[in-house]
Design a protein around this ligand. Structure first.
Ligand code: FAD
Length: 391
């Protein structure tokens, strides 16, 4: 091999970067992925587990095909330290050197004002379910156990956070389940933002037409504290008690990005060069996916788009050439409003050489209305991206 790339994180961004470096370097670059989880669990479609039309097993996949097809070295372990001077990554069980490092750890939750929520025990009572897996299943079970006439409270952090339309899709899914099974129940939304962050017009319409009278949306409601034992959250203005409480904490770049000192001083995300995704702070270290500070939506589609630009740049750089100077990519985020109907937001982004950022091109936008057809597209989108990142 002409060198070794170590990838931290086998989520959407890390798997894509690993695969395309192996493919585009014709196997001449060694790639090692470090990922603690034995399986890949998809966040996209995980809100449908709450609605009841998907099971978590439908969204859970092995990593074996990806490793086998592309000759990727896989280490099932967790990164505990990164020494960017020595170009060395330390894991719970060993260490490894790199020529270039890709940091793709997704998001980390900020518990400063939510200290009570830090333990796994507390998260069993009040799950975030913002990383798909046992918490998603736990939240579904809590909804199943909730009495008819109960109150589901969801809190949404200030943007930017992972998946801008995700919380609003979740509200639709919970409403869909409650309407059919516990119609006297209510949903209270405490949104730290001044308004619905994504697809506002569409969500507002769907809530009014499909779920009339069920959803009490309260903007500018940043939570100040939470009491796990009584499932009560406090904002500046009020105390709200829930039967089922879903607190989505504020977010920042994942822990390995913090260990490598990649976070900007002004905000808790990583500044990168958009031609290569190399960190602006540390050379030979690239960041892709949700951890990037970009103004771009933090989505799985975006994570894979960034990862391909990064992979191509690394292949060029390690072979002594320069990265492409005009990257273009797309992003689509579907939201399901019930078990069948979905709606989208989609944009193409091009590199702006003067501003040195990715800017959205003319012509993007959102659906006119949710439809069954878009529901089918959304499922196809998910199957395509899974097959792209996992085989
Ligand atoms: P992840 O996919 O989270 O991957 C990060 C990986 O890093 C994880 O596997 C983790 O185990 C690993 N890691 C973390 N710490 C360490 C460590 N110390 N050592 C080693 N590895 C580590 N996006 C869409 O495009 N469409 C959708 O419809 C959509 N729906 C969503 C619905 C919900 C409910 C949620 C929560 C998100 C949704 N998203 C959607 C967003 C999407 O899931 C994320 O944007 C995407 O997962 C980001 O990819 P990533 O690789 O940056 O992070």
């Amino acid at each position: 091999p002409i060198g070794r790339v170590v990838v931290i994180g086998g989520g959407y961004a890390g798997t894509s970067a690993a695969k395309y470096i192996r493919m585009w370097s014709m196997g001449s670059i060694e790639v090692v992925v470090i990922e603690p989880s034995p399986q890949f669990v998809s966040c996209p479609l995980s809100n449908l587990v709450l609605g009841g039309s998907q099971q978590i097993n439908d969204l859970t996949f092995g990593y074996d095909l990806l490793q086998k097809h592309h000759g990727i070295r896989w280490v099932q372990d967790s990164v505990t330290a990164v020494d960017t001077d020595a170009k060395k990554v330390t894991m719970q069980r060993g260490e490894i050197n790199y020529d270039r490092l890709i940091v793709a750890p997704g998001v980390d939750f900020i518990y400063d004002r939510l200290l009570q929520l830090q333990s796994a025990e507390a998260q069993k009572q009040v799950p975030h379910a913002w990383k798909a897996g046992w918490q998603t299943v736990n939240l579904r079970q809590q909804l199943e156990a909730m009495p008819d006439g109960g109150v589901f409270v969801i809190t949404i952090p200030k943007a930017p956070y992972r998946c801008p339309p995700g919380p609003y899709e979740r509200i639709c899914q919970v409403a869909y389940y409650l309407k059919a099974n516990k119609p006297k129940s209510k949903i209270i939304v405490l949104d730290a933002n001044a308004e619905i962050v994504s697809k506002k017009g569409l969500f507002t319409k769907v809530w009014a037409s499909n779920y009339a009278g069920m959803i009490d949306y309260r903007p500018n409601s940043d939570i100040a504290s939470v009491d796990v034992s009584t499932k009560t959250v406090a904002t500046e203005f009020e105390q709200v008690k829930a039967d089922v409480l879903n607190v989505i904490p504020p977010q920042r770049a994942g822990k390995p990005a913090q260990m490598a000192h990649l976070l900007a001083s002004e905000y808790p995300w990583c500044d990168v060069d958009f031609l290569s995704y190399e960190s602006k702070l540390v050379p030979n270290v690239h960041v892709v996916g949700d951890s990037v500070a970009s103004g771009l939506p933090k989505s799985a589609h975006m994570a894979t788009s960034q990862a391909r630009v990064c992979a191509s740049a690394i292949v060029e750089l390690m072979q002594g050439r320069s990265p492409d100077t005009a990257p273009v990519f797309a992003n689509t985020c579907y939201s399901f409003v019930d078990d069948k109907q979905a709606m989208h937001v989609a944009n193409v982004y091009r590199y702006d050489a003067a501003k040195k950022i990715m800017v959205s091109a003319e012509g993007g936008g959102v659906s006119l209305a949710p439809s069954d057809k878009e529901g089918a597209y959304a499922k196809a989108w998910a199957h395509n991206i899974w097959s792209d990142v996992l085989t």
